[in-house]
Unconditional design. Structure first.
Length: 632
């Protein structure tokens, strides 16, 4: 008889039996104390498609004890020798109301993958072997299981976290609880977490978990957007995690501090494009301008509740994909964030994330693709629904261009000059629909030249600033009327922008940009290559651009090479003490000559503090936005 014929009965219990059964089974005295007799063999016994061995089951009726005596064993036949995988011996007393169970169970090197199906939806890739020694006492309505189980070379993957763990430990079974004492769990990186707790139960059912895990530099999350499109990435943390509750109302509470190697992504994408709400605003007389309905942010969990308090330090990298195809923020910062997900799928974030450094990749209909440097001091304040988060961010994009686009008000001797321009982009308001503000500054420019520029450029005129910023980002020049060669130069700048975007996508470790500036009767053609990267475990930071001047195919001289380079090295791992060397170009012309470059080297120290006295302490209080900087 094939055990697979019983599949229809066991389908709802989530296990599958296979094998060929031979023997006999009988019942006597069915109207009194029934006697059960069996002598059955099962060849090729399989549990959930895992071969266990050959089974033998024998039982007989003992009229003197009025009991059914049972003996069962499973033998695995190997190439060298045989081993007893499972054995069960004891008696069942059908006439007793209490204490009618008396069995001893032993397990040796049982293959754990046979049990994976019972935990389907929570764990996968279960492997390893287990040995056990149990005593089953009590009654069939109130069974009492005592003993121990030893797990060896056991591994599994937690599906929701997509992380694989391994362990080897002995777990004790009490009549009402499974006790876990100093169980060491290893992640895939070899780091440890120690677990303690109990799994209480009633009659080997109604299980209730209460387990505390203390991880140290532990890999707790490794997901991508296909596995969890709400919150994904890699999380390495130290702290405490508590698992508690019954399986149908399971809770995970965590109090963690991020460690090196952490990077997480929060996508806030919508189907709206940036051109529909950023520069053309439709006002509703019954409501505010540019409002976007903040739909509930939901996740499918079905019975699982999460409550994570995460202290983010500056070793963790966060990426936020902004809605409306506006771009993405990739930064390192600090803060304390609380993430909750309830069984109804409601996802909430509370707390502040403060920016230290990073990039804001700003995109506009795939025409403008520029990486802005995030300036320290900004933050994102979460108050529940991620769509309702408030952002206050300022980012910088550096470029070099001529002043000819500002019109006839610029004196002729200044029109041909190429000056450094700092283009600032600010985000304020709701993260789902932020207000964009632009501003422009001119570093390393003489005061009289700066005053002349600001006399022409009205920074309080918002439409003009938007127009000038888009022109700078798209065409690398100020907005101007059509002149000779302007269309060709604009096309070249658009191509340069797209090429820079493609080059930067080759590697996440490098930000590469190419810019070509066409010359005129006075200035030379210039090709610039910008590079930003970090070396030696992010201790060495290189940021700058190198350009080459060309004119009439003349042979290049050393003076034809121009560039701005900034090199920083973190003397301490936390980056508070740094060594900096730089070379930056000055505003240079042949009429009013002065040095074309400024070089410098220095050391500077930064520290955040809540009170002035904390500056002189070895261990300061928690980080704040206040900062001092000393630089020579």
């Amino acid at each position: 008889w094939r055990l697979s014929n019983f599949d229809i009965l066991f389908t709802n219990y989530n296990f599958d039996l296979n094998g060929i059964t031979n023997g006999y089974f009988g019942v006597s005295n069915v109207y009194g104390l029934p006697g059960i007799m069996a002598d059955v063999t099962i060849s090729g016994f399989e549990l959930n498609n895992v071969l266990i061995g050959d089974a033998e089951i024998r039982s007989s009726w003992d009229s003197f004890k009025e009991s059914v005596d049972l003996s069962a064993e499973i033998i695995r036949h190997g190439n060298v020798s045989d081993s007893r995988v499972f054995s069960m011996n004891g008696s069942y007393y059908p006439g007793r109301e209490r204490d009618n169970l008396d069995f001893d169970l032993k397990v040796e090197n049982f293959r754990m993958e046979a049990l994976e199906r019972f935990a389907s939806g929570f764990i996968s890739d279960l492997s390893g072997v287990a040995s056990a020694d149990f005593k089953l006492r009590g009654s069939d309505t109130d069974p009492l299981l005592t003993g121990w189980i030893k797990l060896m070379r056991t591994e599994c993957r937690v599906d929701y976290l997509n992380t694989k763990y391994s362990l080897a430990h002995t777990i004790d079974f009490n009549p009402r609880a499974i006790v876990i004492n100093n169980l060491v769990v290893y992640d895939s990186l070899g780091n440890q977490a120690v677990a303690n707790g109990v799994i209480s139960h009633r009659n080997l059912s109604d299980f209730n978990f209460d387990i505390t895990l203390n991880p140290k530099n532990f890999l707790g999350l490794k997901t991508d957007r296909y596995q969890n499109n709400t919150f994904y990435g890699t999380a390495v943390a130290t702290g405490q995690v508590r698992f508690f509750g019954p399986p149908d109302k399971f809770h995970i509470d965590a109090d963690l501090t991020t460690e090196k190697g952490t990077d997480f992504v929060i996508p806030l994408n919508t189907s709206i494009t940036v051109t529909e709400n950023d520069f053309v605003v439709f006002r509703n007389v019954d409501g505010d301008a540019g409002d976007i309905a903040a739909d509930a942010y939901r996740v499918e969990l079905q019975g699982l509740s999460l409550d994570f308090t995460i202290r983010v330090n500056n070793t963790a990298e966060a990426m936020i994909f902004l809605p409306a195809n506006m771009g993405n923020i990739s930064s390192k910062g600090h803060g304390e964030i609380r993430i909750t997900i309830n069984p109804r799928g409601e996802f909430n974030i509370f707390g502040d994330y403060n920016f230290l450094r990073g990039t804001f990749f700003f995109t506009l209909q795939n025409l403008i693709n520029k990486r802005f440097e995030i300036l320290q001091g900004g933050k994102i304040a979460f108050a529940g629904n991620p769509y309702d988060a408030d952002v206050n961010l300022k980012a910088l994009y550096r470029l070099k261009t001529t002043l000819s686009g500002l019109g006839a008000s610029i004196s002729p001797e200044l029109e041909g000059q190429r000056v450094n321009v700092n283009a600032y982009l600010g985000l304020r308001g709701k993260l789902a629909n932020p207000d964009i503000h632009f501003s422009i500054a001119f570093p390393n420019v003489k005061d009289e030249v700066r005053q002349t520029i600001y006399a022409v450029l009205d920074t309080n005129d918002v439409p003009m600033m938007n127009q000038q910023m888009i022109s700078l980002l798209l065409m690398n020049s100020f907005s101007y009327a059509s002149t000779s060669g302007s269309m060709g130069a604009s096309s070249l700048n658009i191509i340069s922008s797209q090429l820079s975007n493609w080059l930067s996508q080759i590697s996440n470790d490098f930000d590469i940009g190419i810019n070509y500036i066409a010359g005129d009767e006075i200035t030379q053609d210039e090709l610039e290559v910008a590079l930003s990267t970090q070396f030696f475990d992010n201790r060495l930071i290189v940021d700058g651009n190198v350009g080459v001047l060309t004119k009439d195919n003349q042979q290049q001289q050393a003076s034809s090479i121009v560039g701005d380079v900034n090199i920083e090295y973190k003397l301490t791992p936390d980056g508070r003490i740094r060594l900096r060397a730089f070379n930056r170009s000055n505003n240079f012309n042949t009429i009013d000559y002065y040095a074309p470059y400024t070089q410098g080297v220095g050391i500077f120290y930064t520290k955040e503090f809540d009170r002035f006295g904390d500056i002189f302490r070895r261990q300061g209080s928690k980080r704040d936005d206040n900062e001092i900087e000393i630089q020579n």
